[in-house]
Ligand binder design. Structure first.
Ligand SMILES: Cc1ncccc1-c1cc(O)c2nc[nH]c(=O)c2c1
Ligand SMILES: [Mg+2]
Length: 214
């Protein structure tokens, strides 16, 4: 039977990237998505914005909602200081299986914990299961209908502290209007928009950075 796109993406990584070299994994995925098959990784243009926000925050505790093939997981984890931890949640088991291998190929498995399951099931368990009190940085890139409910759930579970930075992908395409309205109007957030393009295309998209004010 025909392979899946994530399987073909992993093959491209294993063929063209150097084991233990995160930058070569990033470049191999971007090349595959530009020249072979489009895939919904954040990509190089929005990825550079992600890099700059992560470097500015320099987080110890990171939550990523939506792993897909692990491209943004690798982008974030490669910038983390020693001892910092990234927990990434992925609902789709096939995606998770590919992402695990991409993360290992990049040599970042010691910094990353990939958890399979629904964000709404795992967010309430961060404290008792992972010993996490609060997150310093959260990257939202899973499903547009879950951005707002999961943000409210993180608030209710006490996982956000004064200064926690939320960064959301796809706020224009596919778009998350309810989430944008919330973080831009709530007195509990200071929000700003980074205009960019949908990965590997000329369509407009962007990232919304929102600092929780407590
Ligand atoms: C798949 C797709 N088609 C056309 C336009 C945009 C998308 C798209 C792009 C992304 O970066 C996504 N990130 C997380 N989750 C998504 O569902 C998702 C969907
Ligand atoms: Mg995305």
């Amino acid at each position: 039977t025909r392979s899946t796109r994530p399987q073909r993406l992993l093959k491209a990584v294993q063929k063209h990237a150097t084991r233990g070299d995160p930058q070569s994994v990033i470049s191999a995925i971007d090349h595959f998505c530009r020249h072979s098959e489009w895939a919904m990784n954040i990509g190089d243009e929005k990825g550079s914005i992600l890099d700059s926000v992560v470097s500015e925050v320099n987080p110890e505790k990171v939550l990523e909602l939506g792993t897909y093939c692990g491209y943004s997981t690798v982008r974030i984890a490669r910038l983390l200081p020693p001892g910092a931890r990234l927990i990434t949640l992925e609902f789709n088991a096939d995606y998770a299986a590919i992402a695990r291998q991409v993360i290992i190929w990049a040599g970042l498995e010691d910094k990353v914990q990939l958890v399979e399951g629904a964000s709404e099931d795992w967010i309430p368990r961060m404290k008792e299961h992972f010993g996490i009190e609060t997150f310093d940085f959260v990257f939202l890139d899973h499903w547009k209908d879950r951005y707002l409910p999961d943000t409210k759930l993180m608030e209710d579970c006490g996982l956000l502290r004064k200064g926690t930075v939320l960064l959301a992908d796809n706020v224009i395409c596919p778009g998350v209007p309810d989430y944008l309205a919330y973080v831009r109007n709530s007195l509990s957030y200071k929000s700003c928009y980074f205009k960019s393009h949908l990965e590997y295309t000329k369509a407009e998209d962007g990232l919304e950075k929102s600092v929780f004010l407590g």
